[in-house]
Unconditional design. Structure first.
Lengths: 478, 183
């Protein structure tokens, strides 16, 4: 029982600053109506400051190993904060076009970010669960922001019900693990399992199975993906963009941390289970996306497919595999945010313009938007000069190195299939005649998102890919 | 009481100490199951809440059997005394339309499939529970209030602070969703 001093809380400073930012945002929204214009910029300022602090974090283990600021966590924190920054900037545009005046949007976004940061750093199942709930509660509310729209409310209630069910299943698994090992610390669980030869205990396998099912739900892996299309389609577009990047990355952070550092002895079991799930997820995501006529729904299925690709690195269970998943999630964040930003850009008051037909002939009237969409679609497909290719390459290499040849072959086939629906958007933009006139303008917020996403997709693609790979492996080795 | 539970022989008489404790344990379990059934099956919200309160009371009993009387007391105070009552107030204020809930068309397969899945999960967990050789860990400290308070403010202070933030978000979220829009 050590005394609690300020020094104890020092590793938590970024998270504490984020909570303070959220409270200031709520206060300003309530008491200073005139300042609403600056709320998004204030959010961005807070997130960028926290990003700087996170990048400067030293590798410490605080609260008796409950909170770890290791490089693995830092990498996921960077992805989460980038997703919040980009979603906030999209919100700025959305507010101009649709007259959205919800100050709480930014506050909830910041609280969700706090939850994701805590998930990335969690070294204990209790902290992990609380971080997850912190994030999930904020996201449930964000999904239901547009109270006037029935689809938004339906999406929120669906997501909430399924989400609490998954949380309950996860808690059940965690309580079984605690009952078997006598500890909630992830490192202690691994030590105990190795010391007592608990690895072959069926109860431990069942507990792990329950936890994997819940994690799969959180990152939308089949067969736990049924909520995804409806929720992604019903939520306001910038919330969908945020959900498909930030919370998914945080979900993979705990997925990797629990499996690789908590249950390394069980890798043969969960490795082959995840290989099957990954294959199923890629199949469901890519094949269902083929028949979608709404781009938003297509991107929802594409998000499912990409969760399948990202699993390839986790199932390998090696440092190489995890670093491949980490860099892929960063790249995916940039390209997916970019694609959703185009969706937000094209939407106007009263009409969302999310159907595939709305993109006919876009290149004629709005060449810049069309070129950007083309780059993001190429990257999502995984076509070489873009970052999407590099990311997929490392994932496939890692899974191949771990001996999952069948899964890798499947991934390549489904990747080829995905070219059909991504490139259909490009075909509509460049090879069809425009049907109606789309009217939109670039606000500072949306321009910043598009610039950032372009920089990420092209920059990470043109830089020798090994830089990301090496950086991530070095990070893990620290 | 711990000693009594541990020494339970195969077939204790109902009038012996362990037999009586066993009977109370079964009653507690019965309370939970009945409460849960009422909460899910009742067609009126008020009855569901009564079932929920019943279920919470049973859970408090389980905590007592697990030698955590403080947690049992908190369960009664917070869940039975506060949460259920709050839900009841919320229903009274919202004045929902009384009468039967609208019946929905559900596929004929849903019932049997759900029942089969549920039974399968139940059977698997029951097998695991009875077949596994559960190791009993030595107790750490006592379960009294002073010990719990010390732990919450020292080793588990991060968890304690996080819970308060989660509650804050829950309040903000409820306000955001329930209040009328400003637009």
């Amino acid at each position: 029982m050590n005394a609690i001093t300020w020094a104890t809380f020092e590793p938590l400073l970024p998270e504490m600053l984020l909570v303070c930012t959220g409270l200031v945002l709520i206060g300003l929204d309530l008491f200073a109506e005139k300042t609403r214009e600056v709320l998004p910029w204030l959010t961005v300022l807070g997130c960028v400051t926290v990003l700087g602090m996170v990048l400067g974090e030293r590798n410490v283990s605080a609260f008796g190993g409950m909170f770890l600021t290791d490089s693995y966590g830092v990498f996921f924190k960077v992805i989460s904060l980038l997703s919040v920054i980009m979603a906030t900037l999209m919100g700025e545009h959305y507010r101009r076009v649709h007259g959205l005046r919800h100050g709480e949007y930014y506050a909830l976004m910041v609280f969700a970010a706090t939850g994701m940061l805590i998930m990335a750093s969690a070294g204990d199942l209790m902290v992990l669960y609380l971080g997850l709930e912190l994030m999930a509660l904020s996201v449930y509310c964000l999904v239901g922001m547009n109270k006037r729209e029935a689809v938004s409310a339906e999406a929120a209630i669906k997501y909430f019900l399924m989400g609490v069910f998954a949380s309950a299943i996860m808690l059940f698994g965690m309580s079984l693990v605690y009952g078997l090992t006598g500890s909630t610390s992830i490192a202690e669980i691994a030590r105990f399992t190795a010391r007592t030869g608990l690895a072959e205990n069926p109860a431990l396998l069942a507990a792990l199975g329950l936890m994997i099912a819940a994690f799969c739900f959180k990152v939308a892996v089949a067969p736990f993906h049924f909520w995804t299309p409806d929720v992604y389609e019903g939520a306001p577009t910038m919330v969908t963009a945020f959900m498909s990047v930030g919370p998914k990355a945080a979900g993979f952070a705990v997925f990797g941390r629990v499996l690789v550092s908590g249950f390394p002895e069980l890798q043969p079991h969960w490795g082959s289970l995840l290989a099957i799930l990954a294959l199923l997820t890629m199949a469901v995501g890519n094949i269902t996306a083929l028949v979608q006529t709404s781009i938003k729904r297509m991107l929802a299925y594409s998000a499912i497919a990409h969760a399948g690709y990202s699993l390839l690195g986790v199932l390998a269970g090696t440092a190489d595999g995890l670093s491949a998943t980490m860099s892929y999630l960063l790249i995916y964040g940039f390209m997916n945010m970019g694609a959703f930003a185009i969706l937000v850009l094209l939407s106007s008051r009263g009409a969302h313009h999310e159907s595939l037909d709305d993109y006919r002939g876009l290149a004629k009237n709005h060449p810049l938007a069309a070129v950007l969409m083309l780059i993001f679609m190429f990257s999502l497909t995984g076509i070489p000069p873009t970052a999407g290719f590099i990311g997929k390459f490392y994932l496939l290499r890692a899974a191949l190195g771990a001996g999952y040849t069948g899964t890798v072959i499947g991934a390549v086939i489904f990747s080829a299939i995905s070219a059909y629906f991504y490139l259909r958007v490009v075909r509509n933009m460049y090879m069809s005649e425009p049907e109606g006139e789309l009217d939109f303008s670039y606000s500072p917020g949306i321009s910043a998102v598009l610039g950032l996403a372009l920089l990420g997709v092209v920059g990470l693609g043109l830089l020798p890919g090994t830089i990301i790979g090496r950086a991530a492996s070095a990070l893990l080795g620290q | 009481m711990h000693a009594i539970i541990c020494q339970t022989s195969a077939n204790p008489s109902l009038f012996s100490a362990e037999g009586f404790v066993g009977l109370i344990f079964l009653l507690t379990i019965g309370l939970i199951i009945t409460g849960a059934l009422v909460a899910t099956c009742a067609r009126r919200l008020v009855r569901s809440i009564a079932g929920l309160a019943l279920c919470f009371t049973g859970v408090a009993g389980i905590y007592y059997f697990l030698l955590a009387p403080f947690v049992a007391m908190m369960q009664m105070l917070i869940y039975v005394g506060a949460v259920s009552i709050l839900i009841a107030f919320a229903i009274m204020m919202a004045t929902p339309e009384e009468g039967d809930l609208p019946s929905r068309r559900i596929s004929a397969l849903a019932g049997p499939l759900g029942f089969a899945t549920g039974s399968l999960i139940f059977a698997a967990l029951a097998l695991l529970g009875t077949r596994t050789n559960w190791q009993v860990f030595p107790r750490e400290g006592s379960a009294d209030m002073k010990h719990i308070g010390t732990i919450l403010l020292t080793g588990h202070s991060l968890v304690f602070e996080l819970i308060s933030i989660v509650l804050l978000i829950a309040i903000i979220g409820a306000l955001v969703l329930a209040r009328r829009g400003r637009n």
